[in-house]
Write a protein that binds this ligand. Structure first.
Ligand code: SF4
Length: 96
């Protein structure tokens, strides 16, 4: 799935207000735990969703272009996501 088919063809700049500097990206529903209080109903059998790593990278790039300077990956357990989206954190100015 590419970004246009995923509904991101108009770019984030068009939908973000100019003072948005921080985003949470829920990159997976998978988690190694199965907490009964989980807000996301995450667990070992949950999937990573339909967003590919390429689409996440595009979203992060567009967010950076729109002024976002910090992205926090959430889930689920974001380190279980197999894609390289984490490698683009510096694009959004999120530090080392
Ligand atoms: S995402 Fe958090 S609350 Fe949910 S199952 Fe995993 S560790 Fe527990």
């Amino acid at each position: 799935m590419d970004g246009k088919r995923a509904g991101y063809g108009h770019g984030l700049r068009a939908v973000l207000s100019s003072d948005v500097r921080f985003m949470w990206l829920e990159i997976t529903g998978r988690c190694q735990l199965r907490c009964v209080h989980c807000y996301a109903d995450s667990g070992p059998e949950s999937g990573h969703g339909t967003m590919t790593a390429a689409v996440w990278k595009r979203v992060i790039g567009e967010a950076a272009d729109a002024g976002v300077r910090m992205v926090q990956f959430i889930g689920g357990e974001p380190t279980l996501y197999p894609g390289p989206a984490h490698a683009h954190r510096s694009r959004a100015g999120a530090g080392p």
